[in-house]
Design a protein around this ligand. Structure first.
Ligand code: NAD
Length: 391
């Protein structure tokens, strides 16, 4: 049954308008056209710090108004949902203020820069939930149709007992030592480096696909280039890189399955390659973001002579999220994950149902990241991850 036309409005206010701001805008612009929704997202206002730049961004990205102070954005009557697309150092302050002001919140990953901030955000989200407000973290890769299908197949038991999850997320933009000291290379802005930026995604994916949490890790991290030129306009010649450039870690899932992870900003030639493979007693699944419409499946219950990985083209109408898009074989891209994220959040708000990933999920990922850092500081000693308290 289609929802009533027009469905009631859901006013969205977004903070930050650069990379993720543009990606989330794409999601908000398209979601109501691709899917029949119970609420109509209205792109009420976008916030930045520079008046002329944020006004230009509002025009370019499709926001009706511009604000230069996130507190003013939160206070607007036409904003019911605050979408946070800023670096990690401002996530906690904005998210907590928005939840306390009675707004729903979507916050980009990693949830925060520290476990303490993530704990405060989770407490605010739990309190807000009791008042009817919802909070969700932007682990958008959960919404790649092929990964959503992988999750379904694993949950249905098609892989049997899980033995391994192995995941890597590789980029190379920092490989040039002449690249300036951007915010992502500063601990006070980003919390950590490749670990929080890329590792947060694959830890979330590994746990989401397996349906299990990591119980401990053993890790090594490295900062290959320790000083970099300061960005234009900053005094001085060079500044210290205060985050990791790469991390390698292994861990154990609650069932005893083994997991391994590698993240890097120095993997020359790898632009944004996220790979994940899960092996179980009855089969294996493999995914590569560079071929995001495909999922490889080996059915280990078949006779050896018929085994081997086969490619599922995840573009059928009954594949996850595909009902809103094109005929089979007409693939989707990176940007669709943000439309899917918006769709799921709009449904959750309309139905007053907790959307996932929750802030508690984001906090648990933060604890994994903290355990990786602690292990790396202690020469890869095995470091347990606290079990989350029941909500
Ligand atoms: N889900 C993903 O795939 C993905 C990809 C990239 C980044 N991210 C995450 O998204 C967040 C933002 O990253 P990005 O790549 O978009 O960064 P960016 O540098 O491209 O954009 C940051 C934006 O925040 C704005 N900003 C910063 N402080 C502000 C403040 N106090 N008030 C208002 N605006 C402020 C900046 O002006 C800019 O518009 C980070 O948490 C990052 O980890 C997620």
């Amino acid at each position: 049954m289609p929802y009533s036309t027009p469905a009631p409005p859901l006013g969205v206010g977004m903070v930050g308008y650069a990379f993720m701001g543009a990606a989330h805008s794409q999601g908000w612009r398209t979601v109501g056209r691709a899917y029949d929704l119970p609420l109509t997202p209205v792109m009420a206002a976008v916030c930045g710090r520079d008046r002329s730049r944020v006004e230009a961004a509002a025009d370019r990205l499709g926001w009706a108004a511009a604000e230069t102070d996130w507190r003013a954005l939160i206070a607007r009557d036409d904003v019911s949902l605050v979408d946070i697309c800023t670096p990690g150092d401002s996530h906690a302050e904005i998210a907590i203020a928005a939840l306390e002001a009675g707004k729903h919140v979507l916050c980009e990953k990693p949830l925060a820069n520290t476990v303490e901030e993530a704990e405060a955000m989770t407490a605010a989200a739990i309190a807000a939930r009791r008042r009817g407000q919802l909070a969700m973290v932007g682990f958008n890769y959960r919404r790649v149709p092929a990964l959503a299908l992988a999750r379904q197949l694993i949950a249905e038991g098609r892989l049997g007992t899980l033995r391994h999850v192995r995941a890597s997320y590789l980029q190379d933009w920092a490989a040039d030592p002449a690249m300036p000291l951007a915010w992502r290379l500063r601990k006070e802005k980003a919390g950590s480096g490749a670990l929080g930026d890329l590792g947060a995604h694959i830890v979330d994916i590994a746990q989401h696909l397996s349906g299990e949490l990591l119980v401990g890790v053993s890790a090594q991290t490295e900062t290959f280039v320790k000083e970099r030129p300061l960005p234009e306009g900053e005094a001085g010649q060079v500044g210290a890189v205060t985050v990791d450039d790469a991390a390698v870690f292994s861990g154990r899932l609650a069932s005893g399955a083994l997991a391994s992870f590698e993240v890097s900003r120095f993997a020359a030639g790898r632009k944004n390659q996220l790979r994940v493979e899960v092996n179980g007693s009855d089969g294996s699944l493999a995914f590569d973001l560079e071929r995001l419409n495909e999922l490889e499946f080996h059915d280990n219950t078949l006779p050896d002579a018929e085994g081997g990985f086969r490619r599922i083209l995840v573009t059928e109408a009954d594949h996850p999220y595909l009902e809103g898009w094109w005929p089979p074989g007409h693939g989707l891209g990176y940007e669709h994950t943000f439309t899917h994220q918006a769709r799921d959040l709009v449904h959750a708000i309309a139905e007053n149902a907790q959307p996932e990933p929750t802030f508690a999920d984001g906090l648990q990922v933060q604890r994994v990241l903290a355990a990786v850092e602690e292990s790396a500081e202690k020469n890869a000693v095995h470091t347990p991850i606290p079990v989350p308290a029941p909500e």
